[in-house]
Design a protein around this ligand. Structure first.
Ligand SMILES: [Zn+2]
Length: 450
């Protein structure tokens, strides 16, 4: 079952989880990333997805987790559980593929896979607060593994501010805390896509994104970019391979995230991620004199290091950066590419008025020319009107074109209908038609010798 409406799929999710067959695939697209991943509509995000958005550089992964949370909790009401197979944040929308199974037993794990997230307002350190705990026990005889389900303790962060920078944290979620992808499923999709590569115009991008998703660390939440972390320290930025190697050399796993170019996903603690910069600034000093006393940047810098950092290239990172043929992150084909903000009526009116004014000027100019060259004024007026008959053909021009009244007048040759909102341009056109009719009458009268 595929939900792909324009905007949010939230109103259709409850019906979809009921309708999908046992073991069936549910695909959901939501194009309201500004609600799910922006800071401007938290109330709308909660209404649609039952959770608050993440306000950090990893907000797009937060959006994926919010939608999965909506699907998981909707399904749980009907004794169904979900298994995310592939969860993608692409350009300006998200698309998730989940398997839905009827399993009241498995549904019991929903609470321990759901939780809130605290996000520091300065250093973006995140801490998860799951709602439930599933405690595993070895069963006796044929019982296999059994679980006890408990509530969870909290909160997971200190009461007196972030442990790294001292700032406050914002609450996000509840959201899905489980896995985003099923690696085995992605491998099968990749194999299938590769056998039909000539069928897909966007094969290179599909392969790049599927490979990124497949290689993502399954149990790590969120990601970071070296550029963002170094900006918090007011420091210079290490290269991607240096940063990733430093984490791998400390014994932690590293991958990229498909959701952001240049991002790193890791199971390393935030303290290690910050220690990498503390080590880096030893060779690349920062301007401490530019930082104010007690600023979070200074607090981050002055925190004692807890790890030994080595920037030597790690073998696993070599593999990550060497595949140059892979299209990992598609860049926008042109500047300002993507959905623009909605056209505002007053701008349209302004452009229409400008177009109307240009028409009047053209008509006046033609009349003046006709008068000086002793042409038939009526014929000149007819000519002027013919030249400026364009406004009724301007339907469908984009906002940029509408902003430029000169272009509006020049575009000609199509028979598209007039814009309803172009009241003034329409008015000018009507006047023109009336004048043209008079000109024709005048011409006819001359031809008839009257
Ligand atoms: Zn912090």
């Amino acid at each position: 079952m595929d939900l792909d409406p324009y905007g949010t799929a939230a109103p259709f999710i409850d019906g979809a989880v009921q309708a999908v067959t046992d073991g069936g695939l549910l695909c959901v697209t939501c194009t309201d990333l500004s609600v799910m991943a922006g800071g401007n509509y938290p109330e709308k995000c909660y209404s649609n997805y039952g959770g608050m958005p993440v306000k950090a550089e990893y907000s797009h992964e937060g959006a994926l987790r919010l939608v999965l949370h909506t699907i998981a909790t909707s399904a749980a009401r009907y004794g169904k559980c979900i298994t995310p197979l592939l969860s993608l944040s692409i350009d300006f929308y998200i698309r998730v593929f989940v398997k839905v199974n009827h399993s009241p037993q498995e549904t019991k794990h929903t609470a321990s896979r759901t939780g809130s997230v605290y996000v520091c307002t300065y250093c973006q350190t995140h801490a998860q607060q799951p709602f439930g705990r599933a405690i595993e026990h070895e069963g006796k005889g044929k019982q296999g593994v059994r679980y006890d389900f408990k509530t969870h303790s909290g909160p997971p962060i200190p009461q007196d501010g972030c442990e790294h920078c001292g700032n406050n944290s914002l609450l996000a979620g509840p959201m899905w805390l489980g896995k985003l992808h099923d690696q085995e499923f992605i491998s099968r999709v990749l194999e299938d896509v590769e056998t039909q590569s000539s069928q897909y115009g966007t094969f290179a991008r599909m392969k790049g994104m599927l490979t990124l998703a497949k290689d993502e660390l399954p149990n790590a939440m969120f990601y970071f970019t070296p550029a963002k972390i170094t900006s918090m320290f007011h420091a210079q930025c290490p290269r991607f391979d240096q940063y990733a190697s430093a984490i791998a050399n400390a014994g932690y796993n590293v991958s990229r995230s498909h959701a952001s170019a240049g991002s790193i996903k890791t199971d390393a603690p935030r303290a290690l991620i910050f220690d990498v910069i503390r080590e880096f600034v030893k060779e690349n000093p920062v301007r401490r004199d530019k930082m104010s006393e007690g600023s979070p940047a200074l607090k981050l810098l002055d925190k004692p290091m807890q790890h030994d950092i080595s920037f030597d290239l790690h073998p696993s990172i070599k593999g990550m950066i060497s595949r140059k043929e892979l299209v990992r992150y598609q860049m926008n084909p042109t500047e300002n590419w993507g959905p623009a903000s909605r056209a505002r009526p007053e701008k349209k009116m302004a452009s229409a008025a400008a177009a109307a004014a240009t028409i009047e000027n053209d008509a006046e100019r033609a009349l003046a020319e006709a008068a000086t060259t002793v042409l038939n004024p009526a014929a000149a007026l007819g000519l002027a009107l013919e030249e400026t008959d364009a406004p009724k053909n301007e339907e469908g021009l984009d906002v940029q074109e509408l902003m430029d009244a000169e272009d509006v007048v020049e575009i000609d040759g199509s028979s598209r209908p007039k814009r309803k909102s172009d009241a003034e341009a329409e008015g000018a056109d009507r006047e023109g038609k009336k004048a043209k009719t008079l000109a024709e009458i005048d011409e006819e009268a001359m031809m008839n010798g009257m």
